[in-house]
Write a protein that binds this ligand. Structure first.
Ligand code: NAD
Length: 249
């Protein structure tokens, strides 16, 4: 049985890592999936790779016109949608003393403003009874070294999501937060750690995570499927930590 048969799902940052694994799983589960990403070549490649009629849209979530264009494309092709996953995000670890205004603005433009205005633009197109998932982070609740600005940008969207769960009550739209711990995706290469030091980082993280290893994008995709499908029909306004237990460590 397909768990998302005849549903339309939009996943921002769906051309890489957690978003891509979720797009692949949602498509396999019968959804018509729209992915967004910044680079045309990568979006095209992932559309080909996943198949199943996945649609790719290129744009920057920090650019508010992008959300309008996305809304127009969804309206034209499908009329409405059922699932919106605001997943695109960036990270650049820096001690607060060294954070520049540009770095601060970049984090909040993508991770926070992009999510807020994405939801503001797309929500009217979500069918009653649909749902929204925002990808936050373990860093929003657990203090991690040099994560301050990133953590703030992700904590804000968790707060947005809880407010939306109440605001969208009249339309029975559920809103949940997916909160990953360290997951083996391209983003780990953007923490400022060299390729040579990456295995050291991974071994170190594995010792902290009770599961004893990094998460895999597919494990986050299955958690997203739970939130997005009928299996999660009574789950609303929660922050689902998918982190191998690292919240507690
Ligand atoms: P990733 O780098 O593989 O994917 C990030 C995606 O976001 C890419 O598709 C990228 O193109 C897109 N993106 C970034 N900036 C964008 C912009 N301005 N406009 C449009 N798209 C943009 O990393 P991932 O691990 O799959 O990250 C997915 C989400 O999970 C992010 O929000 C990230 O903060 C969050 N997260 C990841 C981890 C982890 O360890 N991997 C942990 C906690 C939270």
């Amino acid at each position: 049985m397909q768990h998302l048969k005849d549903k339309v799902a939009v996943i921002t940052g769906g051309n890489s890592g957690i978003g891509k694994a979720t797009a692949r799983l949602f498509a396999k589960e019968g959804a018509q999936v729209v992915i967004t990403g910044r680079r045309q070549d990568v979006v095209d490649q992932v559309v080909d790779e996943i198949g199943n009629g996945v649609v790719g849209v290129v744009g920057d979530v920090a650019d508010l016109e992008h959300h309008q264009r996305l809304a127009e494309i969804v309206t034209r092709r499908f009329g409405n949608l059922d699932i919106y996953m605001a997943n695109a995000g960036i990270i650049n670890l820096t001690a607060s003393a060294n954070v520049t205004p540009e770095d601060y603005d970049r984090h909040f433009a993508t991770n926070t403003r992009g999510v807020f205005f994405g939801v503001q633009t797309i929500e009217p197109l979500i069918r009653d009874g649909g749902n929204i998932i925002v990808t936050s982070s373990l860093a929003a609740t657990k203090v991690l070294p040099d994560h301050t600005v990133y953590a703030g940008s992700k904590a804000a969207i968790a707060a947005f999501a809880k407010n939306w769960a109440i605001e969208f009550k009249p339309r029975k739209i559920r809103v949940n937060i997916l909160s990953p711990g360290p997951v083996d995706t391209a983003i780990l290469g953007k923490l400022g750690v060299s390729d040579a030091d990456r295995p050291v980082l991974e071994r170190h993280l594995a010792t902290i995570i009770p599961a004893g290893r990094l998460g895999q994008p597919e494990e986050l995709a299955h958690a997203a499927l739970f939130l997005a499908s009928e299996a999660g029909s009574f789950v609303n306004g929660v922050e689902l930590h998918v982190d191998g237990g690292m919240t507690l460590a």
